[in-house]
Design a protein around this ligand. Sequence first.
Ligand code: PGA
Length: 251
Amino acid sequence: MRKPLIAGNWKMFKTQAETRDTLRRLDELIGRLLEVEVLICPPFTSLPAARRAAAGTVIQIGAQNLHWEEKGAFTGEVSAAMLIDCGCSHVLVGHSERRQLFGEDDAGINRKLKKALSSQLVPILCVGESLQEREAERVEEVIEGQLQQGLKGLTAQEISRIIVAYEPVWAIGTGKTATPEIAQQVHAMIRGWFEGKYSSVAADGLRILYGGSVKPGNVSGLMAQPDIDGALVGGASLEAESFAALVSYQR
Ligand code: PGA
């Protein structure tokens, strides 16, 4: 049984005070919710505030990025050990904004995944096609390429610890969500790829999140699909009320 995970990606939003206020309110709203895992990924500078506000709640804290080296002369970068020091359990790797706006490639994403895993962080590997790629009917090829390159050299044990997020680039921040059927089709393809490449145990255990304009109004239709195990939410995770509505989609 795969436990659903609803994760909020706050991107470049929220100061420390805003982080504290939002998480306190979120805790009041969701309380002891046990049937769903809840994760918030604030910006680096708000991680200490997030850790303090989330202490004793069900809210887990993750980061939006990491560097693959342990330490060194890498101006502007943040290491896995630094994230753990700030209370992170998870880290996003290869978000489409990192790929598109900051030139991240599959080789670097692979190194980041390995670093996250060897540091005991749970990586959430983001994959997804652009509108052009979808229109050219290249969805499967693009996503399989991202998985193949991103997961290169990982052991079966490491594979069992990762989470995948399918985020079609055309649905992120655009208000255009993939229909539950479109999302399910790609999720099933991803699970099938894991089964072929690794094993049915790896495929059955893999949690695949959907991301791209997930809102309280569309979450339950998405979550009803057999291969959708959670959501990675940007815009609708910024307000405690809407994020609380998302994590309570079953109620
Ligand atoms: P969105 O962002 O929910 O605002 O579309 C999703 C994401 O980028 O993870």
